[in-house]
Each structure stands twice: as C-alpha cells, then as structure tokens.
Design a protein around this ligand. Structure first.
Ligand code: C2E
Ligand code: CA
Ligand code: CA
Length: 691
C-alpha cells in the first residue's frame, strides 16, 4: 500500500519519498480519490485540505484550475483524457507545463478492477540537466584540454580523452589514482600552496609538468576548482583543467636561446657569460675555489676576413667554436664575444696550472688547418688568463685583466697564453726596479740634461728645451718615457724636476757667462710638481741661486696637468708670470682643454704635440688640429711652437700656415751640454766670447 500523509507505516521511506519530485494518487473504479501522497498536492498546487477521500477526478482537476496549476483548457483536457483512457483500460502518458513554467510528467496506469494510479513527476530540473548534461558531455569529450574529476580525496573519478593524450594513460588506469600522481616530482613543492588555495579560496591556478607514460614531461597550465557538497559543505569533488603549453614553452625557450646565444656559433654570448660569471663567483668564494677566465683571440683573423670575405671568415669561426666546444666539460662555459674573441670560464679548478693545461689544449686544438671550400687556412690563438680571486674579485675586473693578459700574449709573439698575474708581476717588478734605481740616480750623478734648440720660422735661434737623460752605470741609457712615468707615480719627479730646473738655469747662466747671447731655456714641469703650493718658490729659488734673468726661463706645462685643477694652476701660473717667467702649454691637442680656462692662463706659447706634426702631411684630421691650434693661439694672442718636426715638408706646411716656431730632429736633435754649446755658438749672431 502506498503511504499516505496520515499513515505512519513506512516511516523510513516517508522522508525519502517526501523529497522526491513525485506525487501519486489512487482512484477507484468511479474515479474517486482513495489514496494519495504528500507530493500529489504539492505538484498540482493543491492545499492539503483540498484532497479528500472520495474526491472525484473531475473535481480534482477543477481544483487544479482554481488553484492556478493549469489553464482551464489544459485542466479540462487532462480530466477528459484520464476518464476516457481509464475506461478503455489504457495508460495515459503526457507532459504538461504548469502555469508557473514547471514541466510535469503525468502518467496514469489503469488497475485491473477498474480505476487507476496517477503518477505526477516534476521533470523541470531533469530536463534542464539533460540539456546541460548533453552540452557538458560534448565539451568534456571534445575539449582540447585535459579535464579530470576527482572525489573529495583527490582520487580520479573520470577524465576525458584529452587527459589520456596528455598522460599517455588510459582512463581505466587513471581511475582511482591520486591526481597528484600526475604532477612531476620536481614540482612537488607546489602542493602545499595548492592545498592551501583550494581550502581557502576554492581554486588554484598554476603551471607544472605532467609525467607522460613515455617518460616525457609535458608542461601544462592547470586550473583546479573545488566542488562542495551542498548538504555537508565538505569538498565532494575537484575539477582539474590541464592545458598543454608545450608550444608556448617551446617558443619561450627559442626566444631565450636567441637572446642568450651567439647566432653564428650557437655558443652563449657575452651577456650570458657575464651572468654566469656573476653567479659563479660567490660560489667559488664560498668554497674557496679558484676560477679561471680565459680570453681567446685569434691571431691575424682579420687577414682571412679581408682576403677571403666574411662568409669564409664566419665558417672558420664556426669551426673554431666546434673545436673549442669539444674540448670542454659540461661545467665549463664558452662564449663568443663577437668578432674573433672567445671567452671561457673554468669554474672550480684546483690550481692555476690547470688553466695552463686548458690553454695548451686550445692551442693544440686550433693548430690543425681549417679547411673551408678549397682554402686551407691557419690561425692561432693568443690567450689571456685571469684567475679568481688573485686577479680580480668581480666579473668585470677578471674580464678586463684576461683581456690585458691576452694583449700581452699577442705582444710576446702570439700563439701562446699568458697569465695576467705574471704580466703584472713583470711590470711591477720592472717598476720597482726603476723606482729603486731612480732614488739613487740623483745622488749618484747619473742624470744629465740634453738640450734641443728651438727656432723661429725665419730660422733664427730662439732657445732650447732641456730634456732629462738617465745614464745608468750598468743598464745604460734609460729613456725618459720609461722612467718619467715611474718618477711621477712615485713622486720622485718632484726631486728630479727640481734638480732639472736648477741644472737648466745654471747651464744657461753658464752659457751666458761663456758668451752666448740671451736664449730662452725651456724646462718641463710635471703635474706632480705643479700640484705643490710652494712651486713658484722653488722656481724663484732656482733663479736666485743661479742669478738667471727670469725672462730667460720658460716652463712647459702639459695640457693635461694644466687642466687637472685649473683654479690652482691659474694661481701658480700668475705667481710665475709676475716673477717674469714665461709659460708654455706642452703636448697641446692631446688633452681636453677648456677654452674658458685657456683664456685665463697667463701663458705665452702653445706647443703643438708632435703626434699631430708627424702625420700633418697625410692625415687631414691631424692637419686640421695643428692648423686649428695655430689659429686658436693667435686669436688668444699666443705664440705657437711645433715640436717633432722631422721633414722639410712638415716645416713648410707649418711655416706657411703661420706657425711661429719650430723644434725637431730636422733642425737638431737634443744635444749634450758641450755639443749644445757648440751648436748654439755657431748659430748665434757673432759676438765675442768673453770679451
Ligand atoms: P716632451 O716634453 O714632449 O719632449 C719632446 C720629446 O720629443 C723629447 O723626447 C724629444 O727628444 C722628442 N723629439 C724632439 N724632436 C723630435 C722629432 O723630430 N721627432 C721625434 N720623434 N721626437 C722628437 P724625450 O727627450 O725622450 O722626452 C720624452 C718626454 O719626457 C718629454 O716629452 C717630457 O714629457 C718628458 N721629460 C723629459 N725631460 C723632462 C723633465 O726634465 N721633466 C719632466 N717633468 N718631464 C721630462
Ligand atoms: Ca716639453
Ligand atoms: Ca711635447
């Protein structure tokens, strides 16, 4: 028997049936209601009091029209059909839309002794679900992305074909497995965050790699959503969407490759190598390991390029890259820095000697000729090695020093390698040697002055420049260019310069006394001397001690020294100027003169540097600078002297362009004291010697 709202015979089923979207009514042979359930009234929108034993079917449908469930027409049709079919012992099956839009499925089953059972079901939701379900199913089956449903414990319940493709596993294998098993162990770190997000926000987005059955890793972009049970509020399911992003990753990797590699050789480029170096140094420091930077430059590569063209040159570079790459281990880094320069990093070498072994291997590997088309080409490497930590603490310094060492390797004959340190050592030891010897030079009378005559454009003698000479008892003559820089760096120049100044003044005094006409004595002054606040006193003392008329002394100050601290220099030069000493700017054109300052300096002369004079005939730039300097000097009311004049044509060019004075080998080399006296005496206007 059917449960009725009044009967308590099926208490357990009662609750369940109450929730079903179904209603049942039983009619006797006279089509009068004899039993019904709670659902019937609910579905037909009748009040509980409307339904009574003995209610005729016509009255019942009349009530449904009255309560607004059906339109009068629908209600009457239903009533009519039910009576007709029941009389004919036939079932009724009809879908009827209620006035409020709900769809009812109405069925009647005739009973053997007459009468019928009427079953109404609300199928609104089922209909909608079916429609949705069909759509969902289509999407599920044909989606390009993997879709996985899991239960609340993350076990796979269902997955679509795309998931099978992604994982290489059949659904039957996947079902019941933990969805986390698909994530590559390398990404297990993200699980904590994933769980947290799912709990707190109900969803998670991220990227990881899925393990394919083949062992491959497939990068995916994943989206996970939590589905909660409406009743309990507990997670009942999770939905995973997995989009294969291999292609995107591939494109990204390609892009990265292009920006990090040299297009010709495929080796890493400078930027990447520098990045690696920056990362490797802290590690080497931590483990107290050596690291070597080798800079490899191909000897005479330019000749190949120039003679045979870039295509052949590129092919050689490519072959060089291959040979180098074959020499090295995974942990080493080889980069092409552009041109014919390659740089290697050897991390974690045991001793500097290891770098030498590698350098020798490189030389060996490049020794065999390179065959390109019909050409057999030879090139050799010059290799500079800088070591961490001894040759530098940071990437820039190491590269710079490896470069310096490479130049040294070129200088000592190419096809070899040089450590930066040893080059440094050689230079410092030479420096120390010169410094040590120089300190004794003054006391031991090893220094002397030579004098180079200077002439007016007309050919008339105007003066001499005093130039230091150092005759070492065992090393012989040491050129000023070797010892003056050391003297400047160590400060010994102050003492030497003072000696030169005194000696030059004394010499000119002597020559005057020996009957030479008054000539200008030019003395070089170093930046170091000029920096001293008592410099003008030193000059005054020298003049006083030798009683040389100040007007016969000219001081040559290099352009760079003058511009080092112009304010201070102006003060010193003004003091000297007031004393009557004349002043010249030496090496003019090599520094960066500020015209504003040049105007303020109380100077008399500009000396055009000999480097411009050397090429004045052929180099239009040099000529422009030289002639520009002449014009500039004249506009500032200064005289111009050109030094280093070696040829007649240089002389002619300068003279015809208004240069006032000339100095150079053409007219005379610097001469030792006695020879200078003879030279000056012969060229001076006749004047009796000492009466
Ligand atoms: P500087 O002041 O520019 O001196 C001119 C240099 O050019 C001298 O070299 C001279 O011998 C050289 N020279 C002269 N005519 C010619 C020529 O026609 N062709 C070529 N190629 N060279 C020519 P030196 O004597 O070797 O002196 C080199 C530098 O040493 C000087 O360059 C100067 O800067 C420095 N120096 C020399 N003596 C002293 C000194 O007493 N004190 C200071 N502070 N520096 C000095
Ligand atoms: Ca000079
Ligand atoms: Ca000069």
């Amino acid at each position: 028997m059917l449960p009725t709202p009044h009967s308590g015979r099926f208490p357990a089923a009662k609750a369940a049936i109450a929730n079903l979207p179904q209603g049942i009514g039983v009619f006797d042979a006279h089509l009068q209601l004899c039993q019904w359930d709670h659902g019937l009234g609910a579905l037909l929108l009748l009040a509980a009091s409307d339904l009574q034993v003995g209610l005729g079917s016509a009255d019942l449908f009349h009530l449904t029209i009255l309560r607004g469930a059906f339109s009068p027409a629908d209600g009457e049709t239903l009533c009519h059909q039910l009576r007709e079919l029941t009389e004919r012992q036939q079932p009724l099956l009809i879908e009827q839309t209620r006035a409020d839009g709900h769809t009812l499925h109405i069925r009647s089953v005739p009973m053997a002794g007459g009468g019928c059972v009427l079953i109404c079901t609300d199928i609104t939701e089922r209909r909608a679900n079916a429609r949705d379900g069909q759509l969902s199913l289509k999407m599920f089956l044909h989606a390009p992305d993997g879709i996985i449903f899991t239960d609340g414990a993350h076990r796979i319940v269902a997955n679509n074909p795309a998931t099978e493709q992604l994982t290489g596993q059949e659904s039957s294998t996947l079902t019941d497995c933990s969805v986390f098993g698909l994530i590559h162990p390398a990404h297990s770190g993200l699980l904590t965050g994933l769980h947290q997000h799912l709990t707190e926000r109900g969803g998670w987005d991220g990227e990881f790699e899925v393990i394919h059955k083949s062992g491959d890793k497939v990068p995916v972009s994943a989206r996970v959503a939590r589905v909660d049970d409406q009743q309990t509020g507990q997670p009942s399911n999770y939905i995973w969407l997995l989009a294969d992003i291999s292609e995107r990753r591939h494109a990204e990797a390609e892009m990265r490759h292009i920006t990090r590699h040299d297009t010709l050789t495929g080796l890493i480029n400078r930027k990447t190598l520098v990045t690696h170096l920056t990362e490797l140094l802290p590690e080497a420091r931590r483990h107290q390991q050596h690291l070597a930077v080798l800079l490899v430059d191909l000897d005479h590569f330019k000749l190949i390029n120039d003679a045979l063209g870039h295509r052949i040159g590129d092919e050689v570079l490519l072959q060089v890259a291959h040979r180098l790459a074959r020499l090295f281990r995974e942990s080493d880094y080889i980069a092409r820095f552009g041109g014919d320069e390659f740089v290697l990093i050897l991390p974690a070498i045991n001793a500097p000697a290891d770098a030498a072994v590698v350098a020798n291997k490189i030389i060996g590997a490049l020794a065999a000729p390179f065959v390109v088309e019909e050409h057999e080409l030879h090139t050799s490497p010059s290799i500079g090695i800088a070591l961490f930590p001894s040759d530098g603490d940071d990437g820039d310094t190491l590269l710079k020093n490896a470069d310096a060492a490479m130049y040294h390797a070129k200088a000592v004959g190419r096809n070899n390698f040089q450590f930066f340190a040893s080059e440094m050592n050689r230079m410092t030891s030479e420096r120390l040697d010169i410094e040590r010897k120089l300190r004794r030079a003054v006391a031991h009378d090893e220094l002397s002055l030579h004098f180079q005559p200077q002439f007016a454009a007309s050919g008339e003698l105007t003066g001499v420049e005093a130039l230091l000479r150092w005759l070492h008892p065992t090393d012989g003559m040491i050129a000023p260019d070797r010892f003056i820089p050391v003297a400047e760096e160590t400060g010994i120049i102050v003492e030497i310069g003072e000696w030169a100044l005194q000696s030059a003044c004394r010499q000119m005094r002597q020559w005057l006394d020996d009957g030479l006409p008054p000539l200008r004595m030019a003395v070089n002054v170093s930046a170091r001397q000029l920096r001293r606040h008592d410099f003008s006193e030193t000059v005054a003392n020298a003049l006083a001690a030798t009683s040389l008329p100040p007007a016969l002394l000219e001081l040559e100050i290099t352009e760079s020294a003058a511009m080092e601290n112009p304010h201070h220099v102006i003060t010193i030069l003004q003091q000297l100027n007031r004393m009557g000493v004349t002043l010249a700017i030496d090496d003019f054109g090599t520094g960066y003169s500020s015209l504003a300052y040049l105007k303020l300096f109380p100077i008399d002369r500009l000396k055009i540097d000999r480097s411009f004079v050397a090429d004045i005939e052929h180099d239009l730039n040099d000529r422009a600078i030289a002639f520009g300097a002449i014009a500039l000097a004249h506009s500032l009311n200064l005289k111009v002297i050109a030094e280093g004049v070696e040829t007649e044509s240089q002389h002619d060019l300068l003279r015809s362009n208004g240069c006032d004075e000339i100095q150079g080998y053409l007219l005379s080399k610097p001469l030792p004291s006695a020879a200078a006296f003879d030279f000056l005496h012969a060229r001076s206007p006749a004047r009796p010697l000492n009466g």
